[in-house]
Design a binder for this molecule. Structure first.
Ligand code: GRG
Length: 276
């Protein structure tokens, strides 16, 4: 089993460095940004970037810029998602949400600034055609036809008329896009050929669907809004079965990588079994 500690530490340090390198940031804004990104996050997306790069013969260190950028985007999305106007959550990662600690005004600003920092990192690291394409994949995935589209559809989706296939569509945007872009951009920046990038993109998408199904099951009863999720639509057993089947689909996408897909395969199974 691949030891993921090294990848998590690399991601933690890259995010810390990115935040520390910021100058002339008002104190409370910086504190909110650090708070939103520090401890507690599993760093799933950065790990996926690094494992995908290694699976195609690249190095984790060389894609740290992508790893940091995707985690900053993910962190901003959580800060905004927790706001009263969205999911209205008081707690995240076992501590008060950013708006509970710093106020909604600073939570909005901290989220904006994290997203902007991600783009600064991406632009600074565009040094080749591959890195440009990798940065673009991430930018598109986070945008109005990607993660934000998923969030928009999610907000207007009610239990009335909900189906698994509609839910799949929303989740593939809301959660799948960023995971898919993590895998594809990591591989692309490491020089993978188009058919491998495509396979990893599909891997990330299926992984995202599995990830969201597991998340829904774990979130049981914590949601304030009666939104459709796998638990409400198909129950705990049905949700687990779906998560398993999405994971199987994800793992099948790794066939073309042969033995080099082992760490990604193990990672997919670890995410399926996770308890937080
Ligand atoms: C633009 C106003 C505005 C808001 C953006 C786009 C968006 C809000 C939110 C994204 C949607 C979202 C929060 C999807 C949920 C994905 C998910 C399962 C998050 C939890 O991810 P983990 O478990 O979190 O990786 P950790 O804490 O480990 O980092």
């Amino acid at each position: 089993m691949t030891d993921l500690t090294r990848y998590k530490n690399l991601a933690d340090r890259a995010i810390e460095d990115a935040l520390q390198s910021l100058s002339d940031v008002p104190k409370k804004l910086k504190e909110a940004m650090v708070y939103a990104t520090a401890e507690g996050g599993k760093r799933v997306r950065p790990i996926l970037v690094m494992l995908s790069a290694e699976a195609v013969g690249g190095s984790a260190e060389n894609v740290l810029w992508l790893a940091a950028a995707v985690e900053l985007i993910h962190s901003y999305s959580l800060v905004h998602d927790d706001l009263p106007e969205m999911d209205n959550d008081d707690m995240r990662r076992g501590k008060p949400t950013v708006h509970k600690k710093f106020g909604a005004d600073f939570a909005v600003l901290a989220g904006d600034a994290l997203l902007n920092l991600a783009f600064e990192i991406l632009i600074e690291n565009i040094k080749s055609e591959e890195s440009r394409a990798a940065a673009y994949i991430l930018a598109r995935a986070a945008g109005a036809s990607g993660m934000i589209a998923g969030q928009a559809l999610d907000l207007s989706y009610s239990l009335n008329g909900a189906t698994v296939s509609k839910l799949e569509k929303i989740n593939s945007l809301k959660t799948g896009k960023l995971l898919s872009a993590s895998a594809a951009s990591g591989a692309l920046a490491a020089g993978a050929p188009p058919h491998i990038v495509k396979a990893l993109e599909e891997f990330g998408l299926c992984l995202g669907l599995a990830f969201q199904a597991v998340d829904d099951i774990m979130d049981d009863g914590k949601k304030t809004r009666e939104e459709p999720n796998y638990l409400r639509l198909v129950g705990e057993t049905g949700g687990k079965e779906l998560a398993e089947s999405y994971t199987r689909r994800a793992v099948e996408c790794l066939t073309s990588l042969g033995g080099r897909g082992k760490a990604l395969n193990e990672f997919a199974k670890l995410l399926l079994e996770r308890k937080n």
